[in-house]
Design a protein around this ligand. Structure first.
Ligand code: UD1
Length: 421
């Protein structure tokens, strides 16, 4: 049964929360479990639709997967299959992240093309050309990416663009190869550092992660380990944005503040006051947000594309006009037509949105069609006068662990209901 959120605004969010573990760190870490035949325990693994989809792929490949509370144990002792069909890849675009580790383990892989998604085309050319640099032979057979890694060897890879997924794939591909794999123009996101730490916790030799040259010295064998992935910087940013939108005052605990500097700097520009402690951030919102003259998304440490929709939801009520440029994904303003139903005044042309802030948004019936766009609708509904119904909750559940519970803890009125009710 599909579900919706019923949200009654406007209640300022007030209180203290603990942030969940990062989905975008946990996903590649789960994929990297294929690199060892010993059990791995991932602590505080979030319960999310995207994680479930990745675990379905792992089970399909022959892994045993067991959740004990929040601790996830994965054992890839008997990885027997190296074929992933479109019914599995279709559920999770980042299924392509598994290519490097399957190749490392089995030397052959056949994966259905993950295709596009709601926020843009999302090509995989960088993954493919990177693996080809390591002498993997790759052919596309009617939508199935057929990879032959029998002659695969360590080498130098120069990425034309610092892709997060391609960097992660190549780190996994190089982990068990004889010799040194050097990834030039690697992505520098904190999730890359986390994956490097995880591979090293299994006995790997990855260095330079977090910089633009990552070096992977292959080892003969990796062993099992227990690992706790990093906190979710985008979830933290989303709750801070929700507080900024509702004139609230919240503390987010369990965060690494420097990870979200690109976000907090922008929230400050909306007039919010921020206080930083070792593992927490406190935000005190302005009564009405200020506009941001120009907000551009870019690779880390700049303002992340995964926070663009949520911050635009804040700016929808700003006292003045903002210009937002989306540089990563060509189709990431889809949610703005939903915000318009609430009275927001946003015009979009190609990758640029101009937001004329309005004094008040009004509750409406809304439909989420992607994860972060869905989070933006929730942020807007929290700050809107009256009742909103947000459909398409399954998109939000891909990345937020029971978002309605966390928001309720902060005093919001959010209820999950079956769509039929
Ligand atoms: C990851 C994140 C996603 C985030 C994105 C950018 C995960 C599971 N997902 O996605 O939430 O929005 O980073 O921070 O970690 N590109 C190509 N060719 C490729 C690969 C990418 O042209 O082969 C382009 C993409 O279309 C996009 C840009 O590069 O325009 C960034 O993509 P990338 O960094 O690869 O993002 P993902 O790893 O897919």
């Amino acid at each position: 049964m599909q579900q919706k959120f019923i949200i009654d605004g406007v209640k300022p969010l007030i209180g203290e929360i603990e942030v969940q573990t990062a989905k975008n760190a946990a996903l590649p870490i789960i994929a990297a479990c294929i690199l060892t035949d010993e059990p791995v325990v991932i602590e505080k693994c979030p319960h999310l639709k995207d994680i479930d989809a990745m675990l379905d792929i792992m089970r399909h490949l022959g892994a045993s997967v067991e959740f004990d509370g929040d601790n996830l144990t994965i054992c890839c002792h008997d990885v027997a299959l190296n074929v992933i069909n479109s019914d599995l890849t279709g559920k999770l675009r980042s299924s392509i992240f598994i290519l490097g580790s399957i190749l490392s383990r089995c030397r052959h892989a056949y994966i259905s093309h993950p295709g596009g998604c709601e926020i843009g085309l999302r090509p995989i050319d960088l993954h493919i050309s990177g693996l080809k640099s390591l002498d993997v032979k790759i052919a596309d057979d009617r939508g199935v990416i057929c990879c032959d890694g029998t002659e695969m060897r360590a080498g130098m890879v120069n990425l034309d663009f610092a892709s997060v997924g391609a960097t992660e794939n190549l780190m996994m591909a190089g982990a068990l190869l004889d010799g040194e794999t050097v990834i030039v123009n690697a992505a520098r996101e904190p999730e890359i550092v986390d994956l490097a730490q995880f591979i090293n916790a299994m006995g790997g030799r990855v260095s330079g992660a977090g910089g633009s040259v990552v070096r992977v010295i292959g080892v003969k064998k990796l062993h099992g380990c227990t690992y706790k992935p990093m906190p979710d910087r985008i979830c933290a940013g989303t709750f801070l944005a929700a507080a900024a939108a509702t004139g609230g005052s919240i503390t987010v605990n369990g965060i690494i503040p420097e990870h979200i500097f690109g976000i907090t700097e922008r929230l400050k520009q909306t007039g919010a006051k921020l206080g930083f402690h070792r593992n927490s951030i406190r935000l005190l919102a302005a009564p009405r947000p200020r506009p941001i003259h120009k907000l551009e998304t870019n690779v880390y440490p700049a303002f992340p594309t995964d926070m663009q929709p949520q911050l635009c939801a804040v700016l929808a009520r700003a006292k003045g006009s903002s210009v937002v440029v989306e540089n990563l994904f060509e189709n990431r303003f889809g949610y703005t037509s939903e915000l318009a139903k609430m009275g927001a005044a946003i015009t979009v042309k190609d990758r640029v949105a101009v937001i004329h802030g309005v004094p008040q948004l009004y509750g409406a019936t809304l439909r989420a069609s992607d994860l972060r766009g869905g989070a933006a609708l929730v942020v807007a509904a929290l700050s809107a006068e009256g009742r909103s119904a947000v459909y398409g909750v399954e998109h939000i559940d891909r990345g937020y662990e029971y978002i309605e519970r966390t928001l309720t803890e902060l005093g919001a009125s959010v209820r999950r209901a079956d769509c039929g009710s």
